[in-house]
Every structure is written in C-alpha cells, then in structure tokens.
Design a binder for this molecule. Structure first.
Ligand code: HEM
Length: 376
C-alpha cells in the first residue's frame, strides 16, 4: 500500500471516493486530528450496523463517544497500566519459552504459527479468566471474528461462531458472577457507572473487543518485527549486541509496518479537512499507515531505522481512543523478540520463502513467516 499512500499524500491528501461515498485522509497532521477531535469525528460506527459483528461492538468502548466512552474506559484502565502489565512479564516469558522449546531443535518453523499467533491469544485468555482447557476454541473464535472485519463474503461459519462465542462468554460471565476470581471479567462484573452495573450486552462487548483488538494486532507486530529485522542487513546483530535498543526498534516497526493501517470515523457536523469540505454524517477513513510515512513528519520515512528519534508514530491512535492495550502489546513484543534473538542464532527468512500478505486494508501483516536458524 505504501507507494499508493505516497501518491495520495501528494495528489489527493483528502480524497472523496464517489463510489463508496467515504472520505480518506492521508497526511500526518490530518490523520492525527481526525483520530483525536472526537467532537467532530465520531467513533459511533457500529451502532446502526445491523450485521452481527456490528451488534457485538455496538456496546463497546471503541465505538463510544464521551461521556459514555470515558465511563467505560475508566473501568478497564487499571488492568492495562504499564505497571499492572509489567507484572505479567514473568508469565509472558514462561509462555514464550514454552512455545519456543517446542521448535528450537528443528532449525526452521513458521514463526506466526508457532509464536506470534498463539502468544497474545493465550495472554488475553488468561487475563479474562478463560480456563486453559478452552483455549483452542477461544483461538478459533478470535480468527473467525477477525476474518469478519475483512472484505469478503460472510459464511455460515461466522454466524455459528458468533452464537457459540456469545454463549460461551455468557456462561463465563454467569460463572464469575457466582464465583468471582482475579480476572477482568470478575472485575467488570463488580464495576459500577453512576451506581449502575454494566449490562450483559456491555460485558459481552468488552469481551469481544479485547479478543479482536488485542490478538491479531499483536501477532502482526511480532511478525512484522521479525520481517523487518531479517530484511535490514545487520539489524539482528546490532540488537544482539545492544539489547537496550529493542524497545526503540519495536517503535520503528510500529511506524514502518503499522499493524493497524486505518481507522474509521463518521463526521458529527459539517467540517473541513485541509481545504476540503466534508458534510455531516460522512464516513471517513484515517490512514494511519500513510501518516506514519509522511515526509512532513519523518525524515527519510521509507527508511527502516531502529535508532529513529523522535518517533511520534500514530500506530496506536491518538487522543481519547489511544490504544488501551499498548503497554501490553509492547511488552509481549519485547519479550517474544528478545527470546527469538537469544535463542535463534543466524535467524533468517527461509530460502525461497514466499511471503503472502493478509487480505485486509485494515490490518497489515503476513499470513506465514517461514524462518530458519542454526542449531548446534
Ligand atoms: C484502540 C492499535 C494491541 C485493546 C486502538 C486504536 C489503535 C490500536 C490504532 C485506536 C482506535 C481508534 O482510534 O478508533 C493497536 C495495535 C496493537 C494493539 C497496533 C498491537 C500492536 C492491543 C491490545 C489490546 C488492545 C493487546 C488489549 C488487550 C484496545 C482497545 C482499544 C484500542 C480496548 C479501544 C480504546 C478506546 O476506544 O478507548 N488500538 N492495538 N489493543 N485497543 Fe489496540
């Protein structure tokens, strides 16, 4: 998509697609404004969407405007502060080691399948209090839900999955109501907004949002990082020599290959972006992936530079909807990538590897990542 973004930033930075009726914003300053000016650019998208996915998200944080947004968000911020998340580090390390133990002696593997994909799902499942025995089912639902947000026909599989998953979460919610534990669902059950408990629809909305928002995105961050590190000569060696560079390198991956390329809004009033007038009620796409390569903001934006500072990328959004899970995603990526660097000497893309991108304009990543390394 990147050459397309480059052209659009130059020739049509605020573009009206007559066919779909939507508006597209490509420059850094405009994308930042659209993401954060919530009074003008509303997040209330799913509300009137009759599809099942729309219904699932109708009652959720990511599609709410203030004041409801602030109330819902305040219920979960505690669980996702950098400090709360840091406490998960030992567990994330143990899970990472477990996953890598299974493949270390093989000398080659698909890193998406073996690490980048299972790790975030297991972590979020544990945070939500999903029993280990149900993990595989949980993983399957997460896949199907994400595939619904992408282009393509809905299949019967989607409907039955939604039903199954909703029933599962309802049962889990009821179970936690009777037997609270130290998990997110139990905490949400106790929470009150102005003296009112969350409705079951809101609880379900939270469950599905965490499942979707947190999994595929983190998978792609880890995958895109391995891809970027193996692609730029000397990067792996430099990171092994200077581990303190890893967090900065991850920020550069977030900028250079943003796992979320675009976010949606709808205009709440007549407005203008740049010198283009946009009417109220217009659907609008903020192209994060383009903003992150805007030469007005970044020097040599097409260059992958793990030493880049400052790096004010918009990969996690901006403003009140700034990604709730950013500290968790960063921590998981840091632990997973450090383990890959430590345990897989000589790591490189497998010779002749054919990298296929996921078919989505929203999430950016590869379907498989075949790599090889040297074994003793
Ligand atoms: C919001 C990206 C990981 C939960 C967002 C937004 C972006 C984003 C761009 C802003 C949406 C908007 O402005 O409309 C990412 C990326 C991730 C990641 C690139 C990984 C690399 C996670 C994880 C979780 C999570 C691990 C949870 C465990 C959320 C939630 C919101 C959100 C709940 C909505 C926040 C709100 O509306 O106030 N994310 N995310 N994300 N993210 Fe993430």
């Amino acid at each position: 998509p990147f050459p397309h973004y480059d052209r659009m930033r130059e020739s049509a930075p605020v573009f009206h697609d007559e066919q779909s009726g939507s508006w597209h914003v490509f420059r850094y300053d405009d994308v930042q404004r659209v993401l954060s000016e919530h009074g003008t650019f509303s997040s209330k998208m799913g509300g009137d969407d009759p599809s099942e996915t729309g219904q699932l998200f109708a009652a959720s944080l990511i599609t709410a405007d203030p004041p409801r947004h602030r109330q819902l968000r305040s219920l979960v911020t505690q669980a996702f502060t950098p400090k709360a998340v840091e406490a998960l580090a030992p567990r994330i390390s143990a899970l990472t080691d477990e996953l890598l133990d299974g493949i270390a002696s093989k000398g080659s593997a698909d890193l998406i399948d073996e690490l980048a994909y299972p790790l975030p799902v297991i972590v979020i499942a544990e945070l939500m209090g999903v029993p280990a025995a149900d993990r595989d089912r949980f993983k399957h639902w997460s896949d199907v839900i994400v595939s619904q947000t992408q282009a393509g026909p809905r299949t019967a599989d989607h409907s039955s999955t939604n039903r199954e998953m909703t029933e599962y979460f309802l049962a889990l919610i009821e179970h936690r109501r009777r037997q609270p534990g130290n998990d997110l669902i139990s905490n949400l059950l106790m929470a009150e907004i102005e003296g009112q408990r969350l409705s079951v629809a809101e609880l379900l909305g939270f469950c599905s949002l965490l499942l979707v928002a947190g999994n595929e995105t983190t998978t792609n961050l880890i995958g895109n990082a391995v891809l970027s590190f193996t692609e730029a000569p000397g990067t792996m060696e430099r990171l092994r020599a200077e581990p303190a560079l890893l967090p900065q390198a991850i920020e550069e991956v977030l900028r250079y290959r943003s796992p979320v390329q675009s976010m949606y809004r709808v205009t709440a009033a007549d407005t203008a972006v740049g010198d283009v007038r946009i009417p109220a009620g217009a659907p609008l796409v903020a192209w994060i992936g383009s903003a992150n390569r805007d030469e007005r903001q970044f020097r040599d934006p097409g260059q992958f530079d793990i030493g880049r500072t400052p790096n004010r990328h918009l990969a996690f959004g901006h403003g009140i909807h700034f990604c709730l899970g950013a500290p968790l995603a960063r921590l998981e990526a840091r632990i997973a990538l450090q383990a890959v660097l430590d345990r897989f000497p000589g790591l490189a893309l497998s010779p002749g590897a054919h990298l296929e991108r996921m078919d989505s304009t929203i999430v950016y990543g590869v379907k498989e990542l075949p790599v090889s390394w040297t074994t003793p």
